[in-house]
Design a protein around this ligand. Structure first.
Ligand code: BTN
Length: 334
């Protein structure tokens, strides 16, 4: 999976100045000719690499890619080996489900630069253009009861917020249950898919798909979602590089995975702090009630299992595990 050119790229990215061919060949224990061949291959992929007979090689304005070379710059080699990076897939969740079926271990990650059939929740599609988003799927094989699995999605929302804060300096909010909002627009969606072992009824695998709009401009989004969707760049007003974000996401998902099934409290308390739904007027449409009139109420609490407690206009309260909940004053309120 990892090739010479990935290691060379990571060394070039590390170095602000020229690095000599001799150092590269001795660090990687390869010939100078092999270094040359790898540099040529990188150039043909669009990397601008200067070479000087005396000083060696230097990379100029590296493009915003999320291949192995970029990831090696931020993550240890052993961690990168569990990441599968593609230029294009139909859906990173589907690719990871296949790898999981073939026996991939927990912690395996699939990322892609483009998804031709990105999937959203409730059978919707997820717009996944080339080069401007992060399309990331993470495999978990946790020993938890199926009933506790729904919490993973909510905890993932917190993990993604942490990764975005660390790598981009933006603090997103969470719209219950797992949309991330920045600059009043949805910037991230999460789709969790599970497989069960039919005999025992236990969880075999959980594929958590995370789609982040990173560098789209408003006009890059299809017209029908422009009121709803935004990007991290739109929220921050600055271009954002994706490789550090992918690395931070990997680390935060590893932390989340090792915290399962315990470690609820720090995710729950941070979830409550970040949840913009809490205390707001909401309208609720149950998942299977398409066509039903929305019911209005106030979101009064996030319960320890991350369900949403809503007090409806007639005074009765319900704990919602799922459903379409929109927030007054934010996109999508009916
Ligand atoms: C939603 O908000 O409806 C969920 C969107 C989830 C999109 C991500 S992108 C990576 C992974 N692969 C997919 O096909 N979908 C998820």
């Amino acid at each position: 999976m990892l090739s010479t050119k990935d290691y060379i790229l990571s060394y070039l990215l590390e170095q602000e100045d020229f690095i000599s061919g001799e150092i590269l060949s001795s660090r990687l224990e390869i010939s100078r000719a092999a270094v040359n061949t790898a540099v040529k291959a990188l150039r043909s992929e669009g990397y601008n690499i200067l070479s000087s007979t005396k000083k060696g090689y230097k990379i100029i304005d590296p493009p915003d890619k999320t291949g192995y070379g970029e990831l090696l710059h931020y993550l240890p080699e052993d961690r990168v080996k569990l990441i599968h990076s593609f230029d294009e897939v139909s859906s990173t969740n589907d690719t990871l489900k296949q790898l999981s079926f073939d026996g991939a271990p927990g912690g395996t990650v699939v990322i892609a630069d483009y998804q031709s059939k990105g999937k959203g929740r409730r059978g919707r599609s997820f717009d996944s253009p080339h080069g401007t988003g992060v399309y990331f799927s993470y495999l978990m094989r946790p020993s938890i009861a199926p009933a506790d699995a729904s919490q993973i999605t909510a905890r993932t929302a917190v993990a993604v917020c942490r990764a975005i804060r660390r790598s981009c300096g933006i603090d997103p909010q969470i719209k219950w249950v797992n949309d991330l909002v920045a600059g009043s627009k949805k910037v991230t969606g999460i789709l969790t898919e599970m497989t069960f072992e039919s005999e025992s009824g236990t969880i075999d695998s959980i594929v958590i798909g995370i789609g982040i709009n990173v560098d789209q401009k408003e006009t890059d989004f299809p017209e029908d979602i422009r009121d709803i969707a935004g990007s991290l760049m739109m929220a921050k007003g600055e271009y954002i590089r994706r490789a550090p974000l992918v690395a931070a996401l990997t680390e935060e998902m590893d932390i989340l995975s090792s915290s399962m099934p315990d470690g609820t409290s720090d995710y729950l308390s941070e979830y409550r702090k970040r949840c913009l739904t809490l205390g707001k007027e909401v309208s609720v449409v149950k998942v299977h009630d398409s066509g039903e009139v929305p019911r209005h109420g106030t979101a009064v609490d996030i319960n320890p299992d991350f369900s949403l407690k809503v007090r409806f206009e007639d005074g009765h309260e319900e704990d919602l595990m799922s459903g379409e909940v929109s927030v007054r004053g934010l996109y999508g309120y009916i």
